[in-house]
Design a protein around this ligand. Structure first.
Ligand code: AP5
Ligand code: MG
Length: 220
């Protein structure tokens, strides 16, 4: 049976951190729209320069562009038996777009874990985040520091702070989340797909709760 899972949560709630754990445990590919846009940026594609205009301001990239990119990603062979969607959908039109894409694939959503984290914690997490340039492993100066400052424990790569992690853009991304994405909580709640996870706990405790919820739902 296929498992398509949407990780819902604000910027800094831990979607990427938890996706790393779930990918290993469930053997599903991670499909992060933020990461896909950043790859396009790095490769200097047309899509990348279009996305940059929005990302630098902390705004959402237009729905049609984002849905088109996800369509292309889900069509790849590694997604035929499921995927872990991180940061998509972020609007109701995107959620409708995802339903349509999955229907074309004769699949449907399995579960939508919502990582609930309050605004102050979101800011604190974004402010201290460092990411490996080479393998994308995430660190936090206080909550999960690397052994050697600025160097990735896993691959020895250099750590950097994301271009959209300026204080101003962080605030805007959080506002955009509450204005445009949070309504998906109710949307998926009504569909009976939402499972709320307490995201204020430690990384390991959130991961354990998430895994239990996902496994439970994949069984039913
Ligand atoms: P995206 O890359 O998705 O960014 P985001 O939603 O702002 O979320 P983040 O990646 O910042 O946070 P996260 O939840 O992954 O947290 P993380 O695990 O890193 O999107 C970037 C931009 O791309 C958007 O602004 C938009 O422009 C565009 N975009 C992307 N998708 C789009 C879409 N669908 N439609 C339109 N536009 C789109 O954790 C954060 C930090 O906290 C880390 O340092 C981590 O170590 C730490 N941490 C995590 N969990 C815990 C914990 N439990 N306790 C303590 N520390 C923790
Ligand atoms: Mg992320």
């Amino acid at each position: 049976m296929s498992s398509y899972i949407v990780l819902l949560g604000g910027p800094g709630s831990g979607k990427g951190t938890q996706a790393e754990i779930l990918v290993e445990e469930l053997g599903l590919p991670q499909v992060s729209t933020g990461e896909l846009f950043r790859e396009h940026l790095k490769d200097g594609t047309e899509l990348g320069s279009l996305a940059r205009e929005f990302m630098d301001r902390g705004e959402l990239v237009p729905d049609e562009v984002t849905i088109g990119m996800v369509r292309e990603r889900l069509a790849r062979p590694d997604c035929t038996s499921g995927a872990l969607l991180d940061g998509f959908p972020r609007t109701i039109p995107q959620a409708e777009g995802l339903d349509a894409l999955l229907a074309e694939m004769e699949a449907e959503l399995t579960v939508v874990p919502y990582i609930k984290v309050n605004r102050d914690t979101l800011l604190q997490r974004l402010a201290g985040r460092w990411t490996c340039r080479q393998c994308s492993t995430m660190y936090h100066v206080v909550f999960s520091p690397s052994f050697k400052a600025g160097i990735c424990d896993r691959c020895g790569g250099q750590l950097y702070q994301r271009a959209d992690d300026t204080p101003e853009t962080q605030l805007r991304r959080i506002d955009v989340y509450f204005e445009q994405t949070a309504e998906l909580i109710e949307w998926y709640g009504k569909k009976g797909l939402l499972v709320e996870i307490d995201g204020e706990q430690s990384i390991g405790a959130v991961g354990a709760e998430l895994l239990m919820a996902v496994r439970e739902q994949c069984r039913t």
